[in-house]
Design a protein around this ligand. Structure first.
Ligand code: URA
Length: 267
């Protein structure tokens, strides 16, 4: 099996059907990066999605919370007002000490986020799973391995111009989705991280990250392929790596999203 075939097989795009009288193959030859092929051919170049700018998002976190139906209970000590001036060490300490929602009681440790604190690329997932809870680092399990390969596919590496964070910093029990009040309570930490990092592009991994950051509920399919705005920072939405592990047929679409991200960064 040659390299191209291996890549196409990985993407469930093999075999390529070629019209009898046609010289060129119907499917464009993939240009999968060497780094990716050397590790594992998870993704291959697809056709770029059209870029449209969506400026409809709410610009304040309260508006976002309102739109997203995230209502904070005033009796819960929301850290929002306490974090917006914090520097990195203070913010890390505050997250470590946080008991503002019920998630902290059920997790081993908080998972703050990791990577280059001046990164141009910010990837945002949902929340820690069992592996992340044990290690205190985001995306270190199977989904993390796929995320690493997605990064390699666009010549990025964890920690080098890349920061990885989650919407909630504590593992939800039994890997359930974080609830609206947990997201609302935790979101100000991520907002402060974004203010400090000042990334050039945010990539929301999955619907939870997308809806929390954009402040509106929509299907992931409808959010993909569009350049959104998070407080003046371009934001793209793609599939969560854990979903791609369950639905490998969607990897080709994820690759389209990554191509759009690279094109967006290239200006
Ligand atoms: N899934 C996430 O959303 N985040 C992690 O850190 C790990 C798995």
């Amino acid at each position: 099996m040659d390299r191209n075939e291996a890549v196409l097989r990985e993407l469930n795009l093999y075999p390529q059907w070629v019209r009898r009288n046609q010289i060129a193959p119907v499917v464009a030859e993939p240009h999968a990066p060497e780094e990716l092929l050397a590790v594992r051919p998870e993704l291959v170049e697809g056709h770029g999605a059209p870029i449209t700018v969506d400026s409809r998002q709410a610009s304040t976190s309260s508006a976002r919370a309102e739109i997203n139906n995230i209502h904070t209970d005033p009796s819960v000590a929301t850290p929002a007002s306490q974090v917006d001036k914090l520097d990195w060490p203070e913010l890390k300490q505050q997250v470590r000490d946080c008991t503002a929602c019920k998630l902290r009681a059920g997790c081993t440790q908080t998972v703050f986020g990791a990577g280059d604190e001046q990164a141009e690329w910010l990837f945002v997932g949902e929340g820690p799973g069992a592996d992340e809870d044990a290690r205190g680092e985001p995306f270190v399990g199977q989904a993390g391995k796929l995320l690493d390969n997605m990064l390699l596919a666009i010549k990025l590496r964890r920690g080098k111009n890349v920061y990885i964070a989650n919407i909630v910093k504590c593992r939800p029990p039994n890997n359930r989705n974080p609830e609206a009040d947990e997201i609302a309570t935790c979101l100000s930490y991520l907002q402060r991280q974004i203010e400090l990092i000042k990334p050039k592009l945010i990539i929301a991994l999955g619907k939870t990250a997308a809806t929390a950051l954009l402040g509106r509920d929509a299907t992931l399919g409808s959010l993909r392929g569009t350049l959104h705005d998070y407080r003046g920072i371009p934001l793209l939405v793609t599939y969560h790596p854990a979903y791609l592990l369950r639905s490998p047929m969607e990897k080709a679409k994820a690759w389209q999203d990554l191509c759009l991200a690279v094109n967006t960064m290239a200006g």
